[in-house]
Design a protein around this ligand. Structure first.
Ligand code: F6P
Length: 359
């Protein structure tokens, strides 16, 4: 049985055969996978290693850091800085990109990552994850921040790990999205979920509805209609899920389908969304699209968005094709002024659309 299994290394050699610089990219992804194994071990220790609770420090986004945010950031840096494969790295936990130390040679890849996504959940023993994106650095010089500002359609690889009851790595090098489960006894990632597919249709949506009053009208319309279920214009019931850990919510969509949204809101209008474009939205968008789904800001394809800043945020709507297309349509209709007010049969004393919100 063991000798029939496809390990991550075997898979990468086969998938990248014939593509330029395939050995280096495969070697980098194996280094990232090694870091993920180390993070999996650390995360599984929970409070035993004293790594729960919060620190007094904040990251560049102004979020309180957890001990594991810093430790996992360091684990990825140390697994990937020495091998001559990356030209530089950027992370949610570092304001500036990380330069490869002088004693090591530089490679041609840029690695961008969120080392511990959903870390607010770690004290609750709820699934957390690591998200990463790989870009090419074409110049010989050491990269500067501008070199990282490439649209997601230029990613040569993207993936995430989810640390749940098992550790699963989901990866794409542009030929589908594939899942590997960590066999802890032998220390290998084994291909267990080849060719993940997001179904076109779904009856599940994921969104933090406590922000509803801050959303734009097209998003309010969409969620109101889902909640109205059989009694509303959709004519069928929907179910809602929100784990508040993007890896876990996206993983559910890749396994079961659904639509995940962290839309634009006017809570902090200058931020343009909650999730970070370069190391959260772009890699997840690539994985979802490679699995047959769509990923949008509501108005544009996420992967075509030209980044302007390293830690830029973006509205994210991704998952089953028909639902993402519908949400995009609601945004278009709102922008054109052709949308129809939706009056809930349950709460029909008010219209969802506030005329002043369109101004
Ligand atoms: O990185 C941000 C993140 O933790 C995501 O993993 C998750 O989807 C989101 O924030 C949860 O946000 P909220 O706490 O507003 O529900």
């Amino acid at each position: 049985m063991f000798n029939r299994r496809t390990t991550l290394s075997k898979f990468l050699i086969e998938q990248l055969k014939g593509s330029p610089d395939s050995n280096a990219l495969a070697a980098l992804l194996v280094d990232v996978a090694a870091a993920i194994k180390a993070i999996s071990a650390v995360a599984a220790k929970g409070a035993l290693d004293g790594n729960t609770g919060s620190l007094d420090t904040q990251n560049v986004q102004g979020e309180t850091q957890k001990p594991l945010d810093l430790l996992t950031n360091e684990i990825i840096l140390r697994h990937c800085d020495w091998g001559g494969l990356v030209a530089g790295m950027a992370s949610e936990e570092m304001e500036q990109p990380f330069d490869i130390p002088g004693e090591y040679s530089r490679g041609r890849y840029l690695l961008l990552f969120d080392p511990l996504d959903g870390s607010a959940n770690i004290d609750l023993n709820v699934a957390v994850g690591t998200i990463f994106s790989v870009l090419v650095h074409d110049r010989d010089d050491a990269p500067v921040e501008a070199d990282y500002l490439q649209p997601g359609n230029r990613q040569v690889a993207a993936g995430y790990a989810i640390y749940g009851p098992s550790t699963i790595l989901v990866l794409s090098v542009g030929q589908g999205s594939h899942g590997f489960t960590l066999d802890k006894e032998i220390g290998n990632f084994i291909l267990t979920h080849p060719n993940l597919r997001v179904p076109d249709e779904t009856d599940q949506f994921a969104i933090n509805t406590s922000n509803e009053r801050f959303w734009e009208p097209p998003m309010q319309r969409y969620v109101e209609e889902c909640k109205a279920g059989k009694t509303g214009p959709r004519g069928r019931d929907f179910n809602m899920r929100w784990i508040a850990s993007m890896v876990a919510d996206v993983h559910r969509i890749l396994i079961r389908g659904g639509v995940f949204s962290y839309p634009r809101d006017n809570k902090a209008p200058n931020k343009g969304g909650r999730l970070r474009l370069l190391y959260e939205a772009n890699p997840m968008a690539m994985l979802i699209e490679q699995a047959g789904g769509l990923a949008s800001t509501g108005r544009n394809r996420i992967l075509d968005k030209q980044p302007e800043q390293l830690h830029q945020r973006v509205p994210v709507i991704l998952g089953s094709k028909c639902e993402v297309e519908r949400i995009e349509r609601y945004h278009r209709e709102f922008d054109d002024g052709t949308d129809q007010p939706f009056v809930s049969p349950l709460f029909n004393e008010r219209s969802l659309f506030r005329p002043e919100a369109r101004a």
